[in-house]
Design a protein around this ligand. Structure first.
Ligand code: HAM
Length: 449
């Protein structure tokens, strides 16, 4: 008989306490920054009808679905992204809600991806969306939230930048070069992959699949290269084309708003940003490390037709998703991960059986006051108990010996300074309830978590 294989599935993670501490730090920061922009948290089910993703998300995601038929014969899928769920949830109830709706969520998502750096089969993704506002001020607002969270982690404009574009502008330029609207989706797909494909291949595909003449294809790709960071160059070269000029306006206002929000140094105009998902209709962006070594930390854009597509009222919407995997890699690389050393406030050392019950009574009182307290769970030597206190990262050790107990005191040792003093049992941990040094702590501190 072969032994069953209980190994963790490829692409999934365990979160031991050190890892979970990092994850909590990331979630806490996401939540705090969401709050500073007035976003409210929501969630939905991790399992959805398969149809919610087919056609709406685009081929790539659909090929990565964790889907199956449930016991009631329903075609279902683990959620690979949050946006279709958001559209469904709002589709059912947005009519009575005041707009714009500012919502965020931190779902765990599942995609059967080919494993590579920064890509797993599950990840947590902070989703921030503004629904019910078509003005590009909403686009600027969501990018600003994303950048502010990255700033809150300690990243600067030297570390990261948002590459931004607008599908409407790219469509106007494609029209200028002679492609039909029917070929735009194909052109978007080719341009989305431009960085990863040899240039001849891109040119060849633009001609074969989008009907561009060889010279136009070459001019188009040169334009994409030459205008990085320079939206004004597009206006100089194509401002006479009515369609292009009209499509430039929202992008220019968007960039100006981001400048006014003080985020200009984080933003690079870049027409090669298209995004893989099918539902985007306007401004799109992705945030990358400046070195360009990692995959996108975050991506999003405007999707004005999705709510209607899932049966809701037609509402414009814009948002992004920021994953925890690439973000974790980036923070590790920059030395910005939080200190995950475990600490507790007090470890109580008992000496002899008769101190056990008073120790438990003291622990009860300290815990009720909000302190973290541990002690040995079995009889052991004082030396071993002190060793355990060190392992627990206790800030202070309370030694309860029979003689001290008889006097109604205990010896409190500050584990950092080594300083010790006798403290009345009733005064230990009294006064300060925030894990900072209590009145019992030796002069140089102690009792903090
Ligand atoms: P997305 O570009 O597919 O967008 O994902 C957003 C981010 O999630 C990526 O930039 C990446 O950091 C992370 N991510 C995606 N897939 C994986 C994976 N397999 N492993 C690790 N991290 C991953 C969306 O999902 C859109 N629904 C975002 C959105 C919200 N657009 C509008 N609102």
């Amino acid at each position: 008989m072969s032994t069953p294989d209980f190994a963790r599935l490829p692409g999934f993670r365990d979160f031991v306490p050190e890892d979970l501490a990092v994850r909590s730090h990331v979630f806490d920061t996401w939540r705090r920054v969401s709050g500073t922009y007035g976003f409210r948290e929501y969630d939905g089910p991790p399992l959805e009808p398969l149809d919610l993703y087919v056609e709406k998300s685009g081929e790539e995601i659909v090929s990565q679905l964790y889907n199956f038929t449930d016991k009631g014969d329903r075609a279902v899928s683990m959620r690979p992204e949050m946006t279709p769920s958001l559209a469904r949830i709002l589709g059912e109830r947005s009519r009575g809600m005041s707009k714009p709706i500012r919502w965020f969520s931190i779902p765990q998502l599942f995609r059967y991806e080919r494993q590579q750096r920064g890509r797993l089969r599950e990840h947590f993704q902070w989703n921030v969306d503004v629904v019910g506002e078509a003005d590009e001020a909403a686009d600027a607002e969501v990018l600003a939230v994303a950048l502010d969270a990255l700033r809150a982690f300690g990243l600067t404009a030297a570390d990261i930048h948002a590459r931004v574009s607008d599908r409407r502008l790219l469509a106007a330029l494609l029209a200028h070069f002679g492609t039909d609207e029917a070929q735009h989706a194909a052109a978007f797909g080719i341009i989305d992959k431009i960085e990863r494909a040899p240039r001849e291949k891109t040119l060849e595909r633009l001609s074969a699949e989008c009907g561009l003449e060889a010279a136009s294809a070459a001019r188009l790709t040169a334009l994409l290269d030459d205008t990085v960071g320079d939206v004004a160059a597009v206006r100089r070269a194509f401002g006479d084309d009515e369609g292009v000029a009209a499509a430039l306006e929202p992008v220019e206002r968007y960039l100006a708003t981001l400048d006014a929000l003080g985020l200009g140094p984080f933003v690079t105009f870049d027409l090669t940003i298209v995004r893989g998902l099918a539902y985007y209709t306007g401004i799109v962006f992705e945030v990358f490390d400046r070195a360009g070594e990692l995959r996108a930390v975050c991506g999003g854009g405007r999707y004005d037709r999705l709510l209607e597509l899932v049966g809701g009222e037609p509402l414009p919407a814009v948002g992004f998703g920021m994953g925890d995997v690439v973000l974790g890699e980036l923070l590790a690389e920059k030395g910005l991960l939080p200190d995950t050393t475990h600490t507790t406030d007090y470890f109580i050392v008992t000496i002899g059986d008769e101190t056990r019950a008073p120790a438990l009574g003291l622990a009860r009182r300290l815990r009720d006051a909000g302190h973290s307290v541990t002690y040995a769970l079995r009889d052991s030597s004082v030396r071993k108990q002190f060793k355990a206190a060190e392992n627990e990262g206790a800030a202070a050790v309370v030694v309860l010996g029979p003689d001290e107990l008889a006097k109604g005191v205990a010896v409190v040792r500050d584990m950092r300074s080594g300083g010790e003093r006798e403290v009345g049992l009733d005064s230990i941990g009294v006064g300060v309830n925030d894990g900072a040094a209590g009145p019992d702590a030796p002069a140089d501190g102690g009792g903090s978590a």
